[in-house]
Write a protein that binds this ligand. Sequence first.
Ligand code: 2AM
Length: 398
Amino acid sequence: MRSGVGSLIRNLFRMGMKQSKPIKCGYFPFLNDDDTVDAIKEANTLFILRGLPGSGKSTIGQRIRQKYPQITAIASADQLEISPMAEESEAEGNRYAKLDTQIQQYFKESKGLIVVDDTHHIRKRLEYLFDLARDNDYIVIIVTPKTEWRDDCQSLANHSSWKPPVEKLTLMQSSYEQHIIPDFFGFFLLRRSSEEMRETAEDFLNLLSQNDIFITEFVKNVEWHSEEGFNLQEYFQKRPSVLHCTTKFCNYGTVPGCETYARCKAVEHYYSKSFVLKVIALFITPRTVGAHLLLSKQQQELWPKEEVAEDDGYYRSHITLACAPGEKAVTTGLDLLEFLRLEKMGSMPEHLVEMKKGELRCYGKGMWIVKLSKPIEVKTLFCGSYTKEKVQPTTEGN
Ligand code: 2AM
């Protein structure tokens, strides 16, 4: 049981934090990078603070509140008197009922920035939050404190207002050794950019539908079983629910190299940072519709080196916009590589069509690409996707 004195001390401690001077807690893009701060204000984000008791999570929470006073909603296990020393088996009980009600309420109220401050050493708790974020269309950012003592159990015991036994902290510490590896890392489009890209894709398909040269060639290369005439929009019925550019597919840690990627300098430094990506072309094949992105030098730092080597030095940086039935999103990148190779080989286009977006080229077999005369800039956040993406409207995996 918690003592009243302990509670009083904690409250005084918290009150002390309500100072206007920024509290120092190390470099984080969402606190220190102006473009990222603007992007976060525009996005819906769930910040999951993760670390041992006393490691500095609440300080980060306070800094976030200071930086985003209008939009921050913090759900803190500490404040609800939920002991951080829970056993794995206790994660499911109603120990977390109050906290979860608060979190759910924040989602219901569409708070722009929700912070959950807890140790998050139990995988089930994380999965619960990942699902909530996916269902409410929030970008997840996992934040681990950078305090010097974050791995020193003796210091942690002194810093934590719970005064946990060092032995207990040492036991808990092993839960943090494994990185939380997402399904994939990537650049996630902010809502407005996402809407703009979806409109661009619709517009692209509409323009193509009205072009006889395109339709005649394309229909020869697809299977269309309906009695009705060919309909491009219906054909590309699988649309991703979250537009993104995958940098590293990890499949939750099962893909070779993903642990190294997750720990590399660029990922550690840029995780949660905002980037503006440049769309330079739109392409369509019988399998996929995608957007080709030209990465800046800085953005290239986040591209896995081994994949550039595997892909003949090309960056298959793209956004999947739609897939034909039965096609997986990964195919979009492979289709893009095919275009890049054809162009490198100097292949002559079979058809050239002037569109208002730029010159549309056909390389045969239903492969069409338009180089945009005016590139489109999209605002993104670099982070991870921690749950399987839902695909609309079918429920098939992508
Ligand atoms: P993409 O649209 O960028 O190609 C989740 O499955 C996401 O990971 C997909 O949207 C797909 O992104 C990417 N993906 C899936 N399987 C992959 C693989 N084997 N290699 C690379 N990326 C993959």
